[in-house]
Design a protein around this ligand. Structure first.
Ligand code: MOS
Length: 727
């Protein structure tokens, strides 16, 4: 039996609360934690497969043109080399998958430096890598490929814009204005586990162990790339060492391994080199953001402008949605929000953790700080007085929204000193000390999901879905939901994920994974409860499940008896429904940072970093807190160090590894203090939960930027804020 749940109106039922088991929300440890920390969790490349050969991808060394000849003979006599494959199927589906539609590309037509053009297969990895290095490729390079989005030669395509009232007029009439332009550079998702796949072909079925976020889409993408029916493709991805958007879609190493396995009739492993993860997968677009804010004497916004330029390859549909939170976060009747997409020959731009808000919020929140300065208003107070009653352009209500509570409670916990703020007031030796605030906001998304729950007569249960756990805690929270609903010790619920033979879950993307797949688990458990109530002869709301017993009134029957040896198996099917059109649903928060800026070197150290968040029901206090912390670490990187540096002549990446692309390390990250407010969002999901994974980045770098200004008086409008820009 399948039970379907469609979210068309706010779910006020509070079914999860009615269970009163005390499991949901608890900071339980991850069941997969010990395997991961002891190195016994098997990641995609680590499966022992007999007779497996190794592939290394070869990438283009021109930025635009044509591959004229791949001289296979240049490597076929090298030790261990089995084949050189340059197959159109390899690049038919570049890496963004769920993030947007890609054109079908010709493997011989080069659109960017680093584009995959071939795979070399050898007996060992070292042999394959050596041959890949020596493979002779002849190109016909086209001169003058534009690799810089600011170049006047880049064609620009305007995306949808929000135009309301007259922003120019508001800017002229306002008591206080800012008109500033911020820039951010390209970011890399930089997952710890590189993209990796092992393909096995058994004559008519392909099995791919791979590192992926969205199996239900990835099956179709791979089948499509190979020209196979989707039911002949199986994906296995139980552990994923980070994705952050770069594994939303099937990527080149998986298709290359599959093509080679089919052709050679041998298992093939392909793991991207770290440099290829950086140069050949996906980038977050660089952005140029003009912010115009117009406020009356009291600091109330009457005009709000956020005009952005981003870039992508020709033909790609994805445009970093930078103004996404600007649409709904603050007031201002006169509005102009637009994104222009420049077409350039730089690697594919796609989704990187919190596409849109990650960079849009950091610039907006820095501009809000400039407005607070201009108006002489405390920046917390400025934000509080600009929280609109209804969505400022769509005129729909908000679902639960705790932005004001986050700002107020965060300020109190951090010890924020309200009032006039002058820079260069606190000094500690050679360091200027300053504090900064920023709001957090990220849209709430849902996605269709299915999950099967099985309750067994021995009082154990199993949850199965092709949902992935990319480090987020899916195993933990899905087990918790089932345990809460069925009255079981969470240790007795086994969660099985990451196999495309399981019912299609929501996948891990857009922060929708837990709320969406969790709702499918919830619905499957409801169906089990109905079946048990039926057997017990009572209404479902009179049924209490506890410790392997079903109770109603003064009757108490063991599952073993009620199930009569046969497990109960139910499929839950969650469909997102119409709720998205009726409410503006989002997650909110507030960041408070204290930084020290060295007066002589311009170096910035983050000394304290606090975040208070309201993101709907918390399913697990530990995993949710960790997600927020992870986001804030990204915020530190985005503020201070992270930038992909492309050579302006040919678009090749100058810093393609973790030694040169600087993500924050332990010494860069102070104690992170995270508070999650108690919140239920009836319009968020049937669980009354919203998303968690991306909120912690959205605005975080703005708080650091603002703290730098408060510390030393320098307002840097180009991220990352490196020492050279401060001095
Ligand atoms: Mo996310 S950037 O949708 O994995």
């Amino acid at each position: 039996m399948t039970r379907s749940l469609t979210m068309d109106k706010p779910d006020e039922r509070n079914r999860l609360d009615a269970m009163r088991q005390g499991v949901i929300g608890k900071p339980l440890d991850r069941p997969d934690g010990p395997a991961k920390t002891t190195g016994t969790a098997t990641y995609a490349a680590e499966y022992k497969v007999d007779g497996c050969v190794e592939g290394v991808i070869v990438t283009a060394t021109i930025s635009k043109g044509e591959v004229v000849e791949i001289d296979e003979a240049s490597v076929t006599s090298m030790a261990g080399v089995i084949a050189v494959i340059s197959d159109a199927r390899m690049v038919a589906r570049p890496a963004q998958g769920g993030a947007g539609k890609s054109p079908v590309r010709d493997v011989r037509k080069v659109e960017y430096w680093g584009q995959p053009i071939a795979v070399v297969i050898a007996e060992t990895f070292e042999q394959a890598r050596d041959a890949a290095k020596h493979l002779q490729v002849k190109y016909r390079a086209e001169e003058g490929a534009v690799v810089d989005q600011h170049s006047a030669d880049a064609p620009v395509e305007p995306q949808d814009a929000t135009v309301q009232g007259d922003l120019d007029h508001a800017m002229r009439e306002a008591a206080h204005t800012v008109d500033v332009t911020y820039t951010t550079e390209c970011h890399n998702s930089a997952p710890m586990e590189p993209h990796a796949s092992i393909a096995q072909w058994n004559g008519d079925t392909l099995t791919l162990h791979s590192s992926l976020q969205m199996l239900k889409y990835n099956v179709k993408e791979l089948a499509d790339a190979l020209g196979l029916p989707p039911d002949k493709v199986r994906l296995i991805s139980p552990y994923v060492g980070g994705g952050f958007g770069s594994k939303l879609g099937i990527s080149v190493e998986g298709v290359a391994a599959a093509v080679a396995a089919i052709e050679l009739k041998r298992p093939v492993r392909v793991v991207l080199l770290r440099q290829q993860v950086f140069q050949s997968m996906m980038r977050r677009s660089e952005t140029t953001q003009r912010l115009r804010l117009a406020a009356d004497r009291e600091g109330r916004l009457i005009g709000f402008g956020h005009e952005v330029r981003v870039s992508n390859l020709p033909g790609e549909s994805f445009a970093e949605p930078v103004t996404q939170a600007s649409e709904f976060l603050y007031a201002g009747h006169n509005r102009l929000l637009r994104v222009d997409l420049a077409r350039i020959h730089l690697m594919t731009a796609g989704s990187v953790r919190a596409p849109g808000e990650a960079v849009g919020m950091q610039a907006l929140e820095a501009a809000m700080d400039e407005l607070a300065d201009a108006a002489g208003i405390d920046p917390v107070g400025l934000r509080l007085r600009n929280i609109p009653e209804r969505h400022p352009s769509q005129d729909i209500p908000y679902s639960s929204r705790k932005l004001a509570e986050c700002l107020k409670q965060g300020a109190e916990r951090f010890g924020w000193k309200a009032g006039e703020r002058k820079p260069r007031q606190r000094r500690d030796g050679e360091w200027w000390i300053g504090t900064g605030v920023a709001s957090a906001a990220r849209v709430h998304n849902l996605n269709e999901a299915q999950a099967r729950v099985t309750l067994r007569a021995d009082g154990t249960a199993e949850v199965a879905s092709d949902m992935t756990d990319i480090g987020t805690g899916s195993y933990t929270v899905l087990g918790q939901i089932a345990a809460e609903m069925l009255g079981l010790d969470p240790a007795l619920v086994e969660v099985r994920l990451g196999d495309s033979t399981f019912p299609p879950g929501a996948g891990s993307g857009g922060s929708w994974g837990a709320a969406s797949t969790g709702s499918a688990v919830f619905e499957a458990c409801e169906a089990i409860r109905l079946a048990l109530a039926d057997r017990l002869g009572c209404a479902e709301d009179q049924l209490v499940l506890k410790d392997g017993f079903a109770e109603t009134g003064n009757r108490r029957v063991a599952f073993s008896e009620l199930l009569d040896g046969e497990p109960i198996d139910q499929l839950g099917h969650f469909k997102a429904g119409k709720i998205a059109d009726a409410f503006s649903a989002a997650m909110y928060g507030a960041f408070f940072a204290e930084v020290a800026v060295n007066a002589y070197t311009g170096e910035t150290r983050v000394r304290r970093f606090h975040g208070t968040f309201g993101l709907g029901r918390v399913l697990n206090a530990k995993t949710a807190t960790s997600q927020c912390m992870g986001g804030m670490v990204w915020g530190i990187g985005s503020a201070l160090t992270e930038e992909m540096v492309f050579d302006k002549r040919d678009g090749h990446l100058v810093n393609p590894d973790l030694a040169e692309y600087h993500i924050p390390v332990n010494l860069d990250v102070p104690h992170l203090d995270v508070v999650l407010l108690d919140e239920r969002d009836p319009a968020g999901s049937p669980l009354q939960a919203k998303g968690v994974g991306e909120l912690g980045i959205c605005g975080a770098a703005g708080a650091i930027c603002n703290a730098i200004h408060h510390a030393c008086g320098v307002r840097v409008r180009s991220f990352p804020i490196t020492p050279d820009k401060i001095l």
